[in-house]
Write a protein that binds this ligand. Structure first.
Ligand code: TPP
Ligand code: DXP
Ligand code: MG
Length: 629
């Protein structure tokens, strides 16, 4: 069937299993072909083709609500709901979003991107349904990785308590991005191999019904026998103990098995959890045999060979991070690294090749990762928490309460800081300056390039007076010579890259090359602009700010971050606190809005963080006579 014809999922109700299997094949072929050009989350989506088909066949979306946890596995759902024709624009500027998007379709009832939110959202929708007296089904679909997120466990606890009708689909493919980790993962492994519990429970219930209850004694014994059966068949009936009816393990690629269990769940009162076992990357050998997690989310690839198209160029920041950690660890046995489920993306998988005993992947558990790092520091270790800017938002209270307040020596390697591009709104790392710089004891820096980055990391690890955060972008450096020996950078001291009498640009991190290019444009007009690598946001370089003001230079700050509470705000606050009201300061950054998906250059242009716009801003700030010169 031509996937482009799939406008409304209702068509699935007319299909028999053979036809459904044929549709599944067509969808797999479409995904493999389209994503070989656009890139995207191929592995997760190939794993949920049959599951998504049967869900849409048995439920009535959009009346019934599907909440896809993380949402990176919602491409099949998008195909079935009329968006196959947009896949050439997947994750591109103004194109199809890689996650559920309410503005895209009435079938997208819940937006995700960050992990482990589906169960809480579903509980809210369930309470609303019951309070309104409506009768829609609420169906969160959560992966085994997302289940390790603390929020998911908070929600399970409440859902089990409320005992309201809800069907949770646990999509267990044994993988997070990398192989999944943790005791929950091990428990699911035991459940996967324990065989069918559902039928044994039904057979026993049938038997109990047949046996005449002599005063209820036999029935009570049989009831206890049924309960002990659970433990015999399935180790640690975690979900049943939480008040769920547990169904599974179900073969997530067997349409019949899926259908019979989902139909059973629809008839069952109270919360049901269907443990669906799938294979990530199903139907495409390179993705199916992907032990590392390469095919979780990737760029373009060659279909025949499975070769991922790599762009040559400077080392990635994550790569420099890994190499620097190894360099330090070789002479500092106190260095230990932590990642919340992002070993590949952070580069710590490479660190672990040399120091397996000093890399801890805690699963999707940013709060735990942050406070555990505090615990490590409290006992004299030097923890480096590698965490994406957007995901550290999950650990804000732990940052305040456990790290900063106790002034513990935790180094935060804040990766994907700034615009990340294809992952869009939920992943842009554009709030971390605002949520960190106001915390007492916090220090915050960003490098102008990959060489300064390695020195900054070294500085953060060497620092012995509280937490230090180094924020750096997704992707590659700018291609500079890398020093052999690591050296400390004076925290709070900026670096003048270019002198100029007419104005000054204070650039932070990735904005430094943009500021230098703007200064070049202005020089062509006879305007000479000082360019400062404002590499430390907290503390600011107070002497430099005082000096700039004495020279009465108009100052433009530039940051790949929201303006509210960002670097520019810090400069304004400084002058105000010093009683200096003569400073002419303008700020360039991201306005008060969320930035959607797209290529970073397109997004930078959209938010006006370019050399031309910086040059234009400086021109506007100059006294008129200078402008006319
Ligand atoms: C709070 C948060 N931390 C980390 C991530 C990065 N991340 C995206 S998908 C994923 C793994 C999800 O595993 P699972 O839920 O099992 O889904 P699968 O890809 O296996 O289908 C992770 C860690 C995220 N999206 N949100
Ligand atoms: C869906 C999700 O959150 C992750 O897969 C994320 O997309 C990884 O981001 P990077 O590709 O920047 O590592
Ligand atoms: Mg998984």
């Amino acid at each position: 069937m031509d996937v482009l014809e799939m406008k409304d999922p209702a068509f699935l109700k007319e299909l028999d299993d053979r036809q459904l299997r044929s549709v599944a094949e067509d969808i797999r072929e479409f995904l493999i072909s389209k994503l070989s050009v656009t890139g995207g989350h191929l592995g997760p989506n190939l794993g949920v083709v049959e599951l998504t088909l049967v869900l849409h066949q048995l439920y009535e979306s959009p009346k019934d609500k599907f909440l896809f946890d993380v949402g990176h596995q919602a491409y099949v759902h998008k195909i079935l709901t009329g968006r196959a024709g947009q896949f050439d624009t997947l994750r591109q500027h103004k194109g199809l979003c890689g996650f559920p998007k309410r503005s895209e379709s009435i079938h997208d009832c819940w937006e995700t991107g960050h992990s482990s939110t589906s169960l809480s959202g579903a509980m809210g929708m369930t309470l609303a349904r019951d309070l309104k007296g409506s009768d829609e089904h609420i169906v969160p679909i959560i992966g085994d990785g997302a289940l390790t997120g603390g929020m998911a466990l908070e929600a399970l606890n409440h859902i089990g308590h409320e005992q309201r009708d809800m069907t949770v689909i646990l999509n267990d493919n044994e993988m997070s991005i990398a192989p999944n980790v943790g005791a929950l993962h091990n428990m699911l492994g035991r459940m996967r191999t324990a065989g069918k519990y559902t039928r044994a429970k039904e057979d026993l219930e049938m038997l109990i019904k047949k046996v005449p209850a002599f005063g209820g004694r036999i029935a009570a014994t049989a009831e206890r026998l049924k309960d002990s059966l659970k433990y015999m068949f399935v180790s640690g009936m975690f979900f049943e103990e939480l008040g769920f009816t547990y169904l599974g393990p179900v073969d997530g690629h067997d349409i019949n098995d899926l259908r019979s269990n989902i139909q059973y769940a629809k008839k069952t009162k109270g919360p049901v959890l269907i443990h669906v076992v799938t294979k990530k990357g199903k139907g495409y050998a390179p993705a199916e045999n992907d032990a590392k997690g390469t095919w979780h989310g990737l760029g373009p690839y060659k279909i025949e060979s499975g070769e991922v198209v790599k762009k040559p160029g400077p080392p990635s920041y994550s790569g420099v991070f890994a190499e620097t950690m190894k360099k330090i660890a070789r002479t500092d046995e106190k260095l230990v690294t932590v990642t919340p489920a992002m070993p590949n993306g952070s580069g710590l998988d490479k660190f672990a090749q040399e120091f397996p005993e000093r890399m801890f992947d805690v699963g999707i558990a940013e709060q735990h990762a942050t406070t555990m790092s505090a615990g490590l520091a409290a006992q004299g270790m030097k923890p480096v928490l590698a965490i994406y800017s957007t995901f550290l938002q999950r650990g804000y209270d732990q940052l305040v309460h456990d790290v900063c307040r106790q002034n513990l020596n935790v180094a935060f390697a804040i990766d994907r800081a700034g615009l990340v591009g294809a992952d869009g709104e939920t992943h842009q790392g554009v709030f971390d300056i605002s949520y960190m710089r106001h915390l007492p004891n916090m220090k915050l820096m960003a490098p102008k390039d990959e060489n300064e980055f390695q020195h900054m990391l070294f500085t953060a690890v060497q620092h012995e007076d509280g937490p230090v955060a180094v924020r750096y972008p997704r992707g590659s450096g700018i291609g500079v010579e890398m020093d052999e020996t690591l050296q400390e950078i004076p925290i709070g001291q900026w670096e003048v890259l270019k002198k100029g009498e007419d104005a000054a640009i204070l650039a932070f991190g990735t904005m430094v090359p943009v500021a230098e290019a703007a200064a070049e444009l202005l020089a062509q007009k006879g305007i000479y602009t000082e360019v400062v690598n404002a590499r430390s946001i907290k503390p600011l370089d107070h002497d430099k700010l005082i000096e700039l003001n004495k020279k009465q230079k108009p100052i433009l700050t530039m940051e790949e971050h929201v303006l509210q509470g960002g670097f520019g705000s810090a400069v304004l606050e400084f002058y105000h606190e010093q009683g200096i009201h003569s400073a002419v300061v303008e700020r360039m950054g991201i306005e008060d809005c969320y930035i959607e998906h797209g290529g970073v250059p397109d997004l930078l242009k959209e938010v006006g963080l370019t050399d031309e716009s910086a040059a234009a801003r400086i021109l506007e700030m100059l006294p008129t006579k200078k402008q006319r010169a």
